[in-house]
Design a protein around this ligand. Structure first.
Ligand code: ATP
Ligand code: MG
Length: 237
């Protein structure tokens, strides 16, 4: 695996470093440029938010950072690893260990119970069934859903499904948690409590958070906010 050495000084380490990231999609002979020449650095333990209008490339960018999509141009180094240099198998393994991802559409598995859904990342990483289920139960309780552990995700409200997706993304304690609109289906109080929980986890475990959001109510939790427009990062505050 291609590991890029951390800085010699041991100064604040960088969790994500994107350089010259471009991404085009070709559908029916039409080329759509979703990202153009994006440079972005995110520090370890940072709470970074990504905002911008619909279609500006936010989901595309975080999918590249998560190793779900390959960029058309540029390099993305995550936790010291150049994602371009990994084989498909290495990339799968890297993602399973290091990255949690909360999708804009929650991607819960309807044929599994809530508890089983949350346990998946642990099972993938080789945990024993009993231990995985016990840890999933703790996460579900943190989300206030302990009493619904045996239900299918199809029997939940949108906000409840979102909380299960958050629990699943956090259960294997990833170094980098990437969230696409994590509070879009939550009421104000639940959204605030989820952000508080994420902040606590970030402080406690030095988890780096990258959060795409339209929700101005949660901007106050950000260490920095990167603004995107038309496939580019236009400013950072
Ligand atoms: N698989 C794909 N094939 C073709 N075009 C795509 C694909 N995925 C995204 N795009 C296009 O790339 C651009 C950026 O899409 P992206 O999903 O990254 O936007 P976004 O900022 O996340 O928007 P939203 O806030 O609505 O979720 C859009 O023009 C979109 O139509
Ligand atoms: Mg999106």
């Amino acid at each position: 695996m291609a590991v890029v050495k951390a800085s010699k000084s041991g100064a604040t380490s960088v969790a994500v470093s994107c350089r010259g990231i471009g991404k085009s999609f070709i559908t029916k002979d039409i080329e759509v440029t979703a990202l153009r020449n994006v440079d972005l650095d995110i520090k370890t333990g940072e709470f970074m938010m990504l905002v911008g209008p619909s279609g500006c490339g936010k989901t595309t960018l975080i999918s590249i950072i998560a190793g779900i999509l390959k960029p058309s141009t540029g390099t993305c180094i995550v936790e010291g690893v150049d994602l371009n240099a990994l084989t498909d198998t290495e990339l799968l393994d890297f993602r399973a260990k290091k990255i949690g991802f909360i999708f804009q559409s929650f991607n819960l598995i309807p044929t599994l119970s809530l508890l089983e859904n949350i346990a998946i990342p642990l099972i993938i990483n080789g945990a024993l069934q009993d231990e995985a289920m016990a840890r999933a139960e703790v996460m579900l309780a943190k989300m206030g859903l302990a009493s619904k552990a045996d239900r299918s995700p199809t029997q939940l409200s949108g906000g409840e499904q979102q909380r299960v997706a958050i629990a699943r993304a956090l259960v294997h304690q990833p170094s980098l948690l990437i969230c696409d609109e994590p509070t879009s289906a939550l009421d104000h109080a639940t959204g605030e409590s989820i952000l508080t929980l994420m902040k606590d986890i970030s402080a406690e475990m030095k988890t780096t958070f990258v959060i795409v959001t339209h929700d101005a109510r949660i901007f106050k939790y950000a260490d920095r906010i990167a603004h995107m427009n038309d496939g580019a990062v236009t400013g950072i505050e």
